[in-house]
Design a protein around this ligand. Structure first.
Ligand code: IPM
Ligand code: MG
Length: 367
């Protein structure tokens, strides 16, 4: 049987540094668990623009369509702020999401025991937190037409369009219900049905799909109230499903509940390919952090845990994903902290590479 294929797109800023640590983990699985991958690497974002004049070369796009999974670091940086919209690093990522049709973006917000003190919320509010946000990723106001800045009489008008079809809502709802079935069978759908027609339709369609899942307790919340409830008592939630823009906001909020954006992975999944695996892209929730890039300060854990999600969702290997997540927990319990996680007196930060090495060490100990 041929090896499963991985396309690595480290991207910009801290992307290459954190991805170097994921490479160590991938090599470990090849050497110690017989899990060998056919790994290739390419450019996305600002670095692709520098080389090719576009944030995603067509050849890279074609490769991404063929592999079993894409692992992405981060894109963007101040150097590219003044580029035309169509050339910005972020467009590379958005093109991957859109053309691979990665409609279900899974963003777990999990509080690691050793880090419960890092949250800006009280410890008992976040300790043990484990929720999953399912964000619709290929439609809504991110892609709706018309869009642009137009002239209207004497002034300019900026336009974006929130647009959802029934089938777009139904398929992401189904992904969320399926996940809820494997978790605690609770799903909360968030929109603004009180002010937006697209929200009214969202609520109707999610309710209809819910009839196929009588074992899942479905609730609905306006997204603004959802933000409030997420900060008040996040443990009331299990799975949350929401649209592209609300999901962008709510997932950053949920991520920060856990203490650091440097800890959280994500999976973006599409329809199954011929081999049964979903089209998939895995990336940390954090960005390219240009302020600390190249200094060995970045936390590689979000990117490492993104690979754990790949093991679980693309390679159907939940037990090895568990092993990797446990290794991360072990390292944190030992007290290792990258600079983003400092706060305890007398703790000196470890570098990106030291954190990666420590996870490899914990994997060795797990054997
Ligand atoms: C995210 C990011 C992206 C988004 C940017 C980089 C385009 O914020 O993945 O949450 O807005 O979706
Ligand atoms: Mg975001």
């Amino acid at each position: 049987m041929s090896k499963p294929s991985l396309l690595i797109l480290p991207g910009d800023g801290i992307g290459p540094e954190v991805m170097a640590e994921v490479r160590k983990i991938i090599n470990w699985y090849g050497a110690k668990r017989g899990l060998k991958f056919d790994v290739s690497e390419d450019l996305v974002g600002g670095c692709a623009y520098d080389k090719h004049g576009t944030p995603l070369h067509d050849d890279t796009m074609a490769k991404a369509q063929e592999v079993d999974a894409v692992l992405l670091g981060a894109v963007g940086g101040p150097k590219y702020d003044n580029l035309d919209f169509s050339l910005k690093p972020e467009r590379g990522l958005l093109r991957l999401r859109k053309e691979m049709d990665l409609y279900a973006n899974l963003r777990p917000a999990q509080c690691f025991d050793a880090l419960a003190d890092f949250s800006s919320l009280k410890k008992d509010v976040v300790a043990g937190l484990d929720i999953m946000i399912v964000r619709e990723l290929t439609s809504g106001v991110y892609f709706g037409e018309p869009r642009g800045i137009f002239k209207e009489g004497n002034e300019r008008v900026g336009i974006n369009t929130q647009r959802y079809t029934e089938s777009e809502i139904a398929r992401v709802a189904r992904s969320a219900f399926e996940l809820a079935m494997r978790r605690n069978r609770k799903l909360c759908s968030m929109e603004k049905a009180n002010v937006m027609e697209s929200g009214v339709l969202w609520r109707e369609v999610v309710t209809e799909v819910g009839k196929e899942y009588p074992d899942v307790a479905l609730s609905h919340m306006y997204a603004d109230a959802g933000a409030m409830q997420l900060t008040r008592w996040p443990k009331q939630f299990d799975v949350i499903v929401t649209d592209n823009l609300f999901g962008d906001l709510l997932s950053d909020l949920a991520a920060m509940l856990t203490g650091s954006l440097g800890m959280l992975p994500s999976a973006s999944l599409g329809a199954p390919m011929a081999n049964g695996r979903p089209k998939a892209l895995y990336e940390p929730v954090h960005g390219s952090a240009p302020d600390i890039a190249g200094q060995g300060k970045a936390n590689p854990i979000a990117c490492i845990l993104s690979f754990a999600m790949a093991l679980r969702y693309s390679f159907d290997n939940g037990s090895e994903a568990d092993r990797l997540e446990t290794a991360v927990n072990t390292v944190l319990a030992k007290g290792l902290r990258t600079a983003d996680l400092l706060g305890e007196a007398g703790v000196a930060p470890v570098s990106t590479a030291q954190m990666g090495d420590a996870v490899v060490e914990a994997l060795n100990e797990s054997l």
